[in-house]
Design a protein around this ligand. Structure first.
Ligand SMILES: [Zn+2]
Length: 449
């Protein structure tokens, strides 16, 4: 018998039930940014863990609780940590949704609703994999601890410290998570790391009020020009980051570089898909490498007192920015570097730091890397590829750096899952196949002990 046929049968038999349970989970708001539905969602998550045989509890963090569940595997088997998050982004502009964000709707083979892909559908597939394995003749092949974060969408401010306190019970061998869409090319992939992030706002204040640009031009300091000049000292026109200490060149290992080179790119299609005919300046780095390098992005430029076009010198100018951090960078170093750069050049500018996340790295030859890759390849029926660093950010440094575990991302969602946007969705075929893939990964890890 095919080593996973029993799980495929289980998933096929329980399709309707799994879809109903997912719809119910998506129908519960859990917006960490506003608190909407959070206590009820944490309780519901506990129930989902219990239904997979994972003894659940809530762990207080100082913010929204972490939902933790554990199920023991055979004596001496590896201990796997499964990370996911039960909070979701706010629903966003309601008029742009074709069905209410917190009422799951099934259309054209997809389930729609906030959190379908990010992350309820994906961690629920992992939970159902544990349920299916426990129901199988072989049983659960490894010990499993599930961690469902309640603060991922607000930057997981308490996760690393909470995990550090749980170090003894999280003395595991390997961690996995399913988040984000699959690779643009739809090639099967396993992610090995994520970039970190630091976001901040630079405010430059001028006069008490906006001033007539004829009566005051050349006389009154213009905060908008000062801000533009300051920004021009932070990043060169060729893309180099000029903030000293934020320009750490990431040294990729030969295996990481080979993995990057193996990832398919269709640059023209990629750009055309978003209405562009040119890339950002970033030296001669290829697309995949760019997604592994540090970035410095201006998110918005605003003059609060002149949103229309009046001939004035504005009184306040604001730049909202973020930097994505590559492995080797640290948020504290980047914060200090930005603060110093601004203070040295425009001392009256104010810098306020917001969300931060450390980068995380797992190398392609780390323990269980090949087992995870083999399982994903087997399920996709073609060789899976490693993605050395996902472009986005996730709080898994608390797992890799804090707990010292190799951590593998197995994205399940469709490329157009529209996470964080209206009409978020998850293809149901991917949800069901994801349960089988997640089970295959656990079986392979169990067998690789
Ligand atoms: Zn998200």
């Amino acid at each position: 018998m095919d080593p996973i046929e029993d799980i495929e049968d289980y998933v096929a038999r329980n399709r309707a039930r799994h879809e109903q349970e997912l719809a119910r989970w998506v129908g519960m708001p859990s917006v960490s940014a506003t608190g909407e539905g959070m206590p009820e969602a944490a309780e519901h998550a506990k129930g989902l863990l219990a239904a997979s045989g994972l003894a659940p509890r809530l762990v207080e963090t100082g913010g929204w609780p972490l939902v933790v569940g554990h199920a023991p595997g055979p004596e001496g088997s590896p201990h796997v940590v499964i990370y996911g998050h039960y909070d979701v982004q706010p629903a966003g502009p309601l008029e742009q949704w074709n069905s209410p964000p917190f009422e799951a709707a099934i259309r054209d083979g997809r389930i729609y609703g906030r959190g379908t892909g990010d992350n309820k559908g994906q961690h629920f597939a992992q939970l159902l994999a544990v349920r299916a394995l426990r129901a199988s003749e072989e049983g659960l092949p490894c010990s499993v601890t599930v961690l469902l974060d309640g603060e991922e969408e607000i930057g997981s401010p308490h996760l690393a410290a909470t995990l550090a306190e749980m170090r003894a019970e999280l003395d595991a061998d390997v961690a996995v998570f399913s988040d984000g869409p699959v690779h643009d090319s739809y090639e099967p992939t396993v992610s090995l790391g994520v970039r970190g992030a630091v976001s901040f706002e630079i405010t430059v204040r001028g006069a008490d009020t906006a001033l007539h640009s004829g009566n005051w031009g050349n006389v009154a300091a213009n905060p908008a020009w000062e801000l533009v000049w300051l920004l021009s000292t932070m990043r060169a026109s060729d893309g180099r980051i000029l903030v000293e200490g934020c320009d750490v060149a990431t040294t990729l290992t030969a295996a990481e570089r080979a993995a990057l080179d193996a990832l398919p790119v269709a640059l023209q299609e990629l750009l055309a898909g978003v209405g562009l005919d040119r890339m950002d300046a970033c030296g001669d780095a290829g697309v995949n490498e760019r997604l592994a390098l540090p970035t410095f992005t201006i998110n918005s430029l605003t003059c609060l007192d002149n949103q229309e076009h009046r001939s004035v010198i504005p009184s306040v100018a604001i730049a909202r920015c973020d930097m994505r951090l590559a492995c080797g960078q640290r948020t504290a170093t980047v914060v200090d570097a930005v603060r110093k750069h601004v203070a040295d050049r425009l001392p009256h500018a104010e810098v306020a730091f917001k969300a931060m996340m450390e980068p995380s790295r797992t190398l392609p030859d780390a323990p269980y890397a090949q087992a995870v890759l083999d399982a994903v390849s087997a399920m996709a029926d073609k060789p899976a590829l490693f993605v050395p660093a996902m472009g986005g950010s996730l709080p898994i440094a608390g797992i890799t750096d804090g707990l010292g575990l190799p951590c593998y991302g197995i994205p399940l969602a469709n490329v157009d899952e529209r996470n964080h946007a209206p009409n978020e969705n998850f293809e149901l075929a991917r949800f069901h196949a994801g349960i089988v893939t997640a089970a295959a990964v656990l079986r392979r890890i169990g067998g690789a002990a």
